[in-house]
Design a protein around this ligand. Structure first.
Ligand SMILES: Cc1cc2nc3c(=O)[nH]c(=O)nc-3n(C[C@H](O)[C@H](O)[C@H](O)COP(=O)(O)OP(=O)(O)OC[C@H]3O[C@@H](n4cnc5c(N)ncnc54)[C@H](O)[C@@H]3O)c2cc1C
Length: 467
């Protein structure tokens, strides 16, 4: 770990932390990111609906609405610059009764207008033409043309990779366990006892951002987890847009959506819980998903699911994003309480955080040689065109896996390979290709007696045999 004083260290490598790191990497600063897990995108950022929301339903005049508004402007260029898989498919909120139509007219249309988001009421025929699988009980719906879907894994990683190319340091497996306030800066103490001195730190620790705040005596907000369970299917569902129900006060409801990297997603639930480590799926939760989706897209119940998973939203006691310097020590700037829109709002949050850092004294001078666009790092290798297919379900080649292992932020886990290449995402979920992938990782110097699936201690094997 470098001894030199950093200008800024971002704590947390989710989509929010990496987006902030990318933004700061455009300036003449010595910056780093510390992430507890062995890879970026291992928190809420890996288990969400993958929708780039417009903010049509965000509470107006909130920090969240402001971050989403800025993000609407920033996404189109970012998608180009960072090569993020992105489908501008639009979304439609389905009304199946006059009561639901009235909620849309009285609540969602005025809310969208207050936030400057274009929406329009469309007919039952228009909905069914674009989405034949939608229930024939539909009487019309709200078209939110600006809603899109993206690959959240690439979104998160591509921020980190561009920042790394711009000179940012990224420390993985580096959880912050303590922060000491010193006259010259903040001393971050990591799990393994290493220390990093920094003039400023950004708290982007997601579900754990309240615990990071507590390390400097800040008790101004609390984060509680709200679980969302999902089912993923590879069946052909005849929808071309994100199909939304009319939301409840607690959640946007279970939706049916195309997935940017293939297949269709059903979910999520909204279940408040205490435990920040409980990502389990349950029969009851998945039944709720199926029952909700069946109302929107009849037949959902019959889809064969290739995967079930859950993510946890960071629900904040303040009811809004917390993007400001800590009152306990202004050198720690919070990017916390980023609930269910953080993927969409991450570019705007990065701008807001940069402004907050400026407001407490950080000078932002643009670098002359900063990269704003991820360069093409690899030519299509020989193997990509002619060679060995490693993942049969998704036709992923050896060359694609090798390129991932040579990238600016190389993976050290199977999930890291999955999120960079798509290998193991298909029907067999890695049953056929994991041994081959481990072999290739070993050839590239990523070897371990106990390879990890993804998270800390998620060992794939119990150890290596003698032959
Ligand atoms: C079910 C569900 C559906 C969602 N759907 C959408 C959607 O469609 N569109 C959308 O825009 N948003 C959606 N979201 C919300 C979105 O996923 C989150 O808002 C976003 O991922 C938050 O990003 P983050 O970087 O703040 O948190 P995280 O991704 O959780 O990242 C925080 C990181 O901090 C690390 N960390 C924690 N403690 C420490 C420490 N002490 N030291 C170092 N590192 C630490 C964690 O390991 C983690 O990697 C959804 C969320 C869920 C759960």
């Amino acid at each position: 770990m470098a001894d030199k004083m950093k200008d800024v260290v971002v704590i947390g490598g989710g989509v929010v932390g990496t987006s902030i790191l990318r933004k700061l990497s455009y300036y003449d600063l010595d910056i780093a990111l510390v992430e507890k897990q062995p890879d970026v995108c291992e928190g809420s950022s890996k288990a969400n609906s993958g929708i780039v929301h417009t903010g049509f339903d965000a509470p107006p005049n909130t920090v969240e609405a402001e971050a989403l508004k800025r993000s609407r402007e920033l996404w189109p260029q970012l998608v180009e610059d960072l090569k993020i898989p992105f489908i501008p498919c639009g979304a439609v909120m389905i009304a199946t009764s006059e009561e639901e139509k009235e909620i849309i007219e009285k609540k969602y249309i005025p809310n969208a207008e207050a936030n400057g988001v274009e929406v329009s009421w469309i007919s039952r025929e228009e909905i069914l033409e674009m989405n034949p699988a939608v229930t024939d009980k539909v009487i019309g719906g709200l078209l939110i043309e600006g809603e899109s879907i993206c690959d959240p894994f690439t979104a998160t990683r591509s921020h980190a990779e561009l920042a790394a190319l711009n000179g940012a340091e990224i420390y993985l497996g580096a959880g912050v366990v303590n922060i000491e306030k010193c006259s010259e800066g903040l001393k971050l103490i990591l799990e393994d006892g290493k220390e990093i001195m920094t003039r400023y730190a950004v708290n982007a620790a997601g579900l754990y951002s309240d615990q990071i705040a507590r390390l400097i005596g800040d008790e101004s907000f609390t984060i509680t987890p709200r679980k969302g369970q999902f089912l993923l299917t590879e069946e052909r569902v005849e929808i071309s847009q994100v199909i939304l129900p009319v939301p409840t006060p607690k959640s946007k409801g279970t939706l049916v959506s195309p997935v940017a990297f293939g297949g269709f997603l059903l979910g999520p639930t909204a279940e408040d819980q205490e435990d920040k480590t409980d990502f389990s799926t349950t029969e009851e939760g998945l039944e709720k998903v199926l029952a909700g989706c069946e109302k929107l897209v009849p037949g959902s119940r019959e889809y064969e699911s290739i995967r079930q998973f859950a993510g946890l939203r960071a629900v904040c006691s303040t009811g809004d994003y917390v993007i400001r310097p800590s009152e306990a020590d202004k050198r720690l700037v919070h990017a916390a309480g980023i609930r269910s829109t953080g993927l969409s709002a991450s570019p705007g949050i990065a701008e807001l955080v940069a402004e907050q850092l400026q407001s407490v004294g950080l000078e932002l001078i643009e670098k002359e040689d900063a990269l704003y666009e991820t360069p093409n790092l690899f030519d299509d290798s020989e193997e990509d065109q002619t060679g060995e297919i490693v993942c049969l379900c998704r036709s992923i080649t050896r060359g694609e896996i090798e390129n991932a292992l040579k990238s600016p932020l190389p993976p050290t886990t199977i999930d890291g390979i999955k999120r960079r290449t798509g290998a193991t995402l298909g029907d067999c979920q890695g049953n056929c290709c994991i041994p081959k992938i481990l072999e290739i990782m070993e050839e590239h110097g990523v070897s371990s007696d106990r390879p990890l699936k993804g998270l800390q201690k998620s060992y794939l094997t119990v150890g290596r045999g003698n032959n």
